[in-house]
Write a protein that binds this ligand. Structure first.
Ligand code: HSE
Length: 370
């Protein structure tokens, strides 16, 4: 298999290193704007050198961002090339354009590293859905947020200091808002739900709330009441539709989620036969991410394409109810208890709470896990 790498940063370099001694996969060209020299691959600044090269059968997109990454991926598919990407924003945002095109052109498209980095989460979902109905997916999908929340909980750091550390360790996306406002997790749960349930979720119907307004005083209250705050995603399939959302969640001390340290991910599905299955590991980083890109390349060699059939467009319903912790702006609904500067609400639907939070941008909200 002759591949071209689009981008030679953290992931691209990792894929190059992990494939250089393989006989079945060889990096033939690399699209890179920097002055890089490689002994066994041609480095070019011009995408045309790649898309017009008929000897290249598979393109690995590891540039990140939406444009020009998506334009290049689309051109590659149109040119009949297989594509592997680790770019969750690209796949989540262009799902409806990409998947039908991939089918029409008869090429193979995989993106395992896009959710969970080094965890083979999407390929496990692919296997699982062959043998049972997936009932729910979700969990801790963003290493940066977990690192911040863990540092605040275990080390007593303030939010800004914890974020700075996560950035200096290279966990955060180029714009930290993508991580801390929950957007990265939002892309990942939409992609996971699409594959698990064989649908295309209407993105705007999936509410998201991040951790950017959390403060040390919140964490003190959570610890005092026996909880740990995690940014959790969830999508569940019921008889009446799909519920999906991303929100800070207070899990009980001693639960599996509460124990996840540093920048690790813990992603779970429940299935009609298997019940709960959880996957723990590195959600980011050069070699964990490159490892799953290589796995995708090997799967493509073995004839595997996308993980699930492309399904119809559906809107998530958000009528599930939770009790929430709210601080930062005056809560105008039912209050059950006061925790320091925050309050514990009565039962509120996900939809109502996320709508309220949007109108109160300085509020921090966290659902209490059931
Ligand atoms: N910024 C992401 C994270 C990288 O922190 O999990 C992997 O998607």
């Amino acid at each position: 298999m002759k591949i071209a790498l689009l981008g030679f940063g953290v992931v691209g370099r990792g894929v190059y290193d992990l494939t250089k001694d393989r006989e079945d996969i060889s990096v033939s060209k690399v699209l890179c704007l920097e002055d890089v020299r490689l002994p066994d691959a041609e480095v070019t600044r011009n995408f045309r050198d790649i898309v017009e090269d008929e000897t290249i059968d598979t393109v690995v997109e590891c540039m990140g961002g939406l444009h020009p990454a998506f334009d290049f991926v689309k051109e590659a598919v149109l040119a009949g090339k297989n594509v592997v990407t680790s770019n969750k924003a690209l796949v989540a945002n262009f799902y409806d354009e990409l998947l039908p095109l991939v089918k029409e052109k008869g090429v193979r498209f995989r993106c395992t590293a896009a959710v969970g980095g080094g965890i083979g989460w999407l390929s496990e979902l692919e296997r699982s859905r062959r043998a049972q109905k997936i009932l729910s997916v979700g969990g801790i999908m963003n290493g940066t947020c977990n690192y911040i929340l863990d540092s605040m909980t275990r080390l007593g750091l303030g939010y800004d200091e914890a974020l700075k550390q996560a950035q200096s360790l290279g966990y955060a996306e180029a714009k930290p808002a993508t991580d801390v406002e929950g957007i990265d997790t939002w892309h990942k749960i939409i992609l996971s739900a699409n594959i698990a349930f064989g649908v295309s979720l209407e993105k705007e119907s999936v509410p998201v709330s991040g951790i950017d307004k959390i403060a040390a005083c919140d964490v003190e209250q959570f610890t005092a009441h026996g909880y740990v705050c995690k940014l959790l995603s969830r999508a569940e399939q019921g008889e009446d539709g799909i519920r999906a959302f991303v929100q800070p969640t207070l899990v009980k001390q001693g639960s599996l989620e509460a124990a996840v340290p540093l920048n690790f991910n813990l992603i779970t599905f429940t299935g009609s036969a298997s019940d709960r299955m959880s996957f723990y590991g590195q959600g980011a980083g050069r070699y964990p991410t490159a490892y799953n890109v290589v796995q995708d390349l090997v799967d493509i060699l073995a004839g595997k394409g996308f993980y699930s059939p492309y399904g119809g467009k559906v809107s998530a319903r958000n009528d599930g109810e939770y009790t929430y912790y709210v601080r930062g702006e005056a809560w105008d609904g039912v209050t059950e208890a006061v925790w320091g500067e925050g309050v514990i609400t009565g039962k509120v639907s996900v939809e109502a709470m996320h709508t309220w939070r949007k109108a109160h941008p300085n509020a921090f909200i966290a659902a209490l896990a059931e």
